[in-house]
Write a protein that binds this ligand. Structure first.
Ligand SMILES: Cc1cc2nc3c(=O)[nH]c(=O)nc-3n(C[C@H](O)[C@H](O)[C@H](O)COP(=O)(O)O)c2cc1C
Length: 338
């Protein structure tokens, strides 16, 4: 039997598939179902900074600080109230989920500004979270905000969460940074044990008839995986932090690519919403079959074999690939002559 075990954030996992943050795991029955299907860990849906501020009746104070994220939050906070659990319900759910399964259950905190809300990380730890995933979805819409300011804010937030708990913290990042390797090193310095690549941005769509701008949520496609593979392959071996890939993992091939790029785990959400939770078991069986067919002794043996550090040719990861790709296309066009 192939050894499929992987280590992520110091947690020994039986396999490579982790369920990323999704409301599917808001039901304990689903959490059990995920474990039965073969998930090796589960990240619960997020508790939001804005929601915690609202609960603490601090919204006015926070708004008077003038932070942009809170001003924007005004529009969606009513929805947030209907959709999300209060922090007490969240912590109770976390406790129940931990009792229901043997696999690690990670709590998810979602916010951008370092502040009092960070203390909920401690509460998550006390409620039994195996680790914390910190989702840092921030958007700079004000021209006075420099990239340095955005990065400093992120590093300060990660630092304050890491120093408030003993359990490992993974940071779910967006891909919009000028120098991701440098930022990754800074996050590691302040205590991050894992990087989760990447947040999906849910851009609003425009209705040209009603002139409305509407929130949209589309499930991912495997095409989104490429940018995650690229950055994982670049970071692997450059940072000590474990890397989790989220975004576009749908099949066994996607899981294998994620591990070969250097990922410790491949996370799934859209595929489970589309095919059901049992999809995890089918994908794991396909991964195992592929490894056996290619005579691997373990999945770990494949880890990082296509990273920038290990690949026989590093050109595909760098600017040379960009030029080569564009050139190959124009050559084809000339031959086709339409
Ligand atoms: C309905 C839905 C709810 C989500 N809620 C959260 C959330 O609360 N916190 C979070 O960090 N990510 C959340 N995500 C993002 C997923 O965890 C995941 O990163 C993203 O969907 C990309 O993975 P996928 O391609 O497997 O779907 C959500 C995604 C979906 C589809």
């Amino acid at each position: 039997m192939i050894d499929m075990s992987m280590s992520y954030l110091g947690l020994q996992l039986a396999g490579p598939i982790v369920v990323s943050s999704t409301p599917l795991s808001d039901a304990v029955d689903n959490v059990r179902h995920m474990e039965d299907a073969g998930a090796s860990a589960i990240v619960l849906s997020s508790l939001f900074e804005e929601q915690l501020a609202l609960e603490a009746n601090q919204l006015d104070d926070d708004l008077s600080r003038g932070t942009e994220s809170f001003a924007e939050a005004l529009d969606y906070l009513p929805d947030l109230n209907n959709y999300r659990m209060t922090h007490e319900v969240y912590l109770e759910h976390l406790r129940k989920a931990r009792e229901a399964v043997k696999i690690p259950v990670l709590a998810s905190l979602n916010g951008v500004t370092p502040g009092g809300w960070v203390r909920f990380a401690k509460e998550m730890e006390q409620a039994g979270a195996s680790a914390i995933e910190l989702n840092t979805y921030a958007l700079a819409t004000d021209k006075s905000l420099t990239s340095e300011h955005m990065e400093n804010q992120l590093v300060a937030l990660v630092s304050s969460v890491c120093s408030s708990v003993k359990i490992p913290v993974a940071v779910k990042l967006s891909q919009n940074f000028s120098s991701l390797p440098h930022l990754a090193a800074r996050l590691e310095e302040v205590g991050a044990k894992g990087l989760v690549l990447f947040n999906r941005f849910y851009q609003p769509d425009f209705d040209i008839e009603t002139l409305e701008v509407r929130p949209t949520l589309h499930f991912s496609t495997p095409a989104e995986l490429l940018t995650r593979l690229h950055w994982t392959a670049i970071l692997y071996g450059n940072v000590k932090a474990d890397i989790a890939i989220t975004g576009g993992v749908h099949s066994a091939e996607d899981v294998l690519k994620s591990v070969m790029a250097g990922g410790s785990v491949a996370m799934m959400v859209s595929a489970l919403h589309i095919h059901g939770i049992d999809h995890i078991g089918r994908v794991l069986a396909d991964v195992r079959y592929w490894l056996e067919k290619h005579e691997y002794a373990s999945l770990g043996q494949a880890r990082g074999c296509l990273s920038r550090r290990s690949a026989p040719d590093i050109a595909p990861f760098d600017r040379g690939n960009y030029i080569r790709t564009l050139n190959s296309y124009s050559l084809r066009q000339t031959v086709t002559a339409f």
